[in-house]
Design a protein around this ligand. Structure first.
Ligand SMILES: CC(C)(COP(=O)(O)OP(=O)(O)OC[C@H]1O[C@@H](n2cnc3c(N)ncnc32)[C@H](O)[C@@H]1OP(=O)(O)O)[C@@H](O)C(=O)NCCC(=O)NCCS
Length: 164
């Protein structure tokens, strides 16, 4: 499946179930956000929508206090991974945090992906809002806390989704 003519946009209430399903399928080791929670926080989300196939990827930015925000729930339909879509959504999250004057952080089991977008590791204790012991088994990769480093040469500025 190719990326085709995707648009990045804010989701509508009917998208909440699809976002939940994407989270469940894309990251089975994580607990998906409940549909009602997604629906009540749609302003935090951005989705990639195909006119025929619907929502194919999603991300959210949640404020953490006044100064920081967390990028979370970045998921791309399995058939579209590697097309640059995940990067495009995280760059949206970066722009949003910058526009709001917040430092953007994340807690992830895929640090290499975020590192490629300009995030650098920070101590997990710097994000006290995250539980120290999340659900999951001992065979999962460790969770890594990261913060976006605004050094432009490393953060990457390109906006295109590859293979469109
Ligand atoms: C992680 C995820 C969102 C990446 O989306 P994507 O559209 O496939 O990523 P991109 O095409 O933008 O890839 C950007 C770069 O990150 C790398 N990358 C992608 N997924 C990666 C992963 N899981 N771990 C390490 N590196 C990864 C790519 O190889 C690419 O590197 P390159 O530019 O040198 O080629 C997607 O694989 C996914 O939905 N995974 C399941 C959910 C998940 O693990 N989310 C992150 C949890 S916090």
């Amino acid at each position: 499946m190719s990326a085709g003519k995707l648009t990045l946009e804010r989701p509508v209430p009917d998208d909440a179930r699809r976002i939940h399903a994407l989270q469940r399928e894309a990251a089975p080791h994580c607990i998906p956000q409940p549909v009602d929670e997604i629906r009540s926080r749609l302003d935090e989300f951005q989705v990639a929508r195909d006119p025929e196939r619907g929502v194919l990827a999603s991300v959210a930015v949640r404020p953490l206090g006044e100064l920081r925000a967390e990028v979370r729930g970045v998921v791309v339909d399995r058939r579209l991974r590697g097309s640059g879509l995940g990067s495009a959504l995280v760059r949206w999250a970066i722009r949003r945090a910058v526009a709001e004057g917040r430092q953007l952080v994340c807690v992830t089991r895929s640090p290499a992906f975020f590192e490629s977008l300009g995030f650098r590791e920070i101590p997990l204790s710097w994000i006290p809002e995250k539980p120290a012991r999340p659900p999951g088994g001992p065979d999962l990769p460790a969770r890594v806390a990261m913060a976006w480093d605004p050094e432009p040469a490393r953060a990457g500025q390109q906006e295109q989704v590859r293979h469109v």
